[in-house]
Design a protein around this ligand. Structure first.
Ligand SMILES: O=c1[nH]c(=O)c2nc[nH]c2[nH]1
Ligand SMILES: [Zn+2]
Length: 469
């Protein structure tokens, strides 16, 4: 059935500007596509009558409207997370990347070859991220083909838009969790791609993503093979990690002298470039310690960056310079990077992006600070560009698809109670609106204090995929 959304809508117009629409209406057809956006159109009754008269969509129309303290916002896009690591969120002690991988991560990922365990973990991570407003996620699964395919099945069934990657790694990890040869890794990757393309031939909800874990765990023949595969399949994205941690960078320098790959630039980015993996479809997670030359190379290839401030802080990798990347013309989005990051929430990633940018500013670059508008852009429109879906999601425009969340803030009454839709202080969450705040201030309060209690409903392609009861 077609749907009419009426009331307040907020979305990013540009990096530093939000569009605020009130008494507005968005009509969504039964395929989930936005057919019309009407700004300032008076009462709901007028809009309904107008759309009914215009007969823009056939059949009945279901109407949804915002009440005080509520607004529709585009769904969040998590441009980097490991579905397989979800049970480990918060468990990282004082580790840093390379010991964290060996101590916590590889044993858990390997254990998900058990389909019963994989179903439990993947089912939960999908529900949890949807409840936080993540309508699109770029997932790493594990090296296991069957459970990677199961993750794609579960995303499709739950209606979460997803990039699903079977992880490739043929060196350096323990023998119990490693592809035996580059050829075996490539064959398993093809098998998983074929499966995901079979279950969703139009790639409307799920799509495969070519996933070399990171250079240290991939041989040059494997990376070159994946580069060839990416050239052969030009609609598929690629995802990997880059320059997260200083010991990792030293390891890459040691493992991949330019002679080993034929790299023109002696750098981490140069290794990916030489293997055909640095493309306009590539999502590079972290990018904390890039050199000027590497950032320029990434910009020239139009590769994208997933900024992961939670993970970069938790496992003490460093503070990525997002302003510097943006000024070089590199498209950036946000990643929770669970379980290097401890939170499933992109809103938390946005808040931490704002805070980490202030640490960069305190290091001497005052311009580094990111505003509320900017971190919300990264969480939505920027993220959409990172995953190659900017024509479909990230904003509310005719022709795009209805991937959205209904946000509700707590409205404080005259006695200091909260009378939000769900009625009780606990349920209405941390954000208290007193009634005198501008919409800009309400959004700032949401970014700095909001959580899943404010995410009342979530839709993907017009389908209701989460409702907070
Ligand atoms: O944050 C990270 N998480 C991982 O799983 C990983 N693998 C390589 N590099 C990594 N970084
Ligand atoms: Zn990661």
């Amino acid at each position: 059935m077609a749907q009419l959304f009426y009331g307040s809508f907020i979305y990013s117009k540009s990096l530093d500007e939000l569009e605020y629409l009130h008494d507005a209406a968005i009509l969504v057809d039964n395929s989930g596509k936005i057919v019309a956006v009407e700004k300032e159109c008076g009462t709901k009754e007028k809009v309904v009558e107008k759309f009914v008269n215009q007969k823009l969509v056939p059949g009945d129309v279901k109407v949804h409207e915002t009440v005080e303290g509520q607004f529709f916002f585009p769904g969040f896009i998590d441009t980097h997370l490991h579905a397989s690591q979800y049970p480990n969120v918060g468990i990282f002690g004082k580790s840093t990347l390379l010991d964290w991988l060996n101590t916590y991560t590889f044993p858990l990922e390997a254990s998900l070859a058990d389909p019963v365990k994989a179903r439990k973990v993947y089912g939960r991570v999908i529900r949890k991220t949807l409840s936080h407003g993540t309508t699109c996620a770029a997932y790493y699964a594990t090296i296991d083909v069957a459970s990677t395919n199961l993750l794609a099945d579960l995303c499709l069934a739950a209606g979460q838009r997803a990039l699903v990657g079977r992880v490739c790694m043929d060196q350096l990890s323990p023998a119990y969790y490693r592809d035996e040869t580059p050829e075996a890794a490539l064959a398993s990757t093809r098998e998983s791609i074929a499966y995901i393309q079979k279950i969703d031939p139009g790639m409307e909800i799920v799509r495969p993503v070519i996933t070399p874990r990171f250079a240290p765990s991939c041989s040059a023949p494997l990376m070159k093979g994946l580069g060839k595969l990416a050239a052969e399949m030009p609609t598929l994205p690629i995802q990997t990690h880059i320059s997260e941690n200083k010991n990792e960078i030293a390891l890459v320098r040691e493992l991949f002298p330019p002679s080993s790959t034929g790299a023109k630039q002696d750098s981490y980015a140069g290794v990916y470039d030489a293997c055909g993996l640095l493309t306009d479809r590539t999502i590079l997670a972290h990018a904390v310690h890039l050199s000027e030359d590497e950032a320029d190379l990434i910009a020239s290839r139009k590769a994208k960056v997933s900024h992961c401030p939670c993970s970069n802080s938790a496992i003490t990798s460093g503070a990525a310079r997002v302003r510097w990347l943006l000024e070089k013309g590199v498209t950036c989005g946000l990643g929770t990077d669970m379980s290097g990051g401890y939170s499933p929430s992109v809103l938390e990633a946005a808040r931490l992006a704002a805070l980490v940018s202030r640490h960069v500013a305190m290091g001497g670059d005052e311009r580094a600070k990111l505003s509320v508008e900017e971190v919300l852009y990264l969480a939505t429109k920027g993220g959409a560009e990172v995953v190659g879906l900017e024509a479909k999601v990230g904003a509310f425009e005719a022709g795009m698809e209805w991937d959205a969340q209904l946000i509700g803030l707590g409205i404080v009454d005259s006695e200091g109670g909260v009378t939000g839709v769900s009625g009780g202080l606990e349920e209405d969450g941390n954000v208290d609106v007193f009634g005198w705040e501008s919409w800009q201030d309400q959004v700032a309060k949401w970014v700095y204090n909001g959580d899943d209690r404010n995410t009342k409903k979530v839709w993907v392609r017009g389908r209701l995929v989460h409702e907070r009861k």
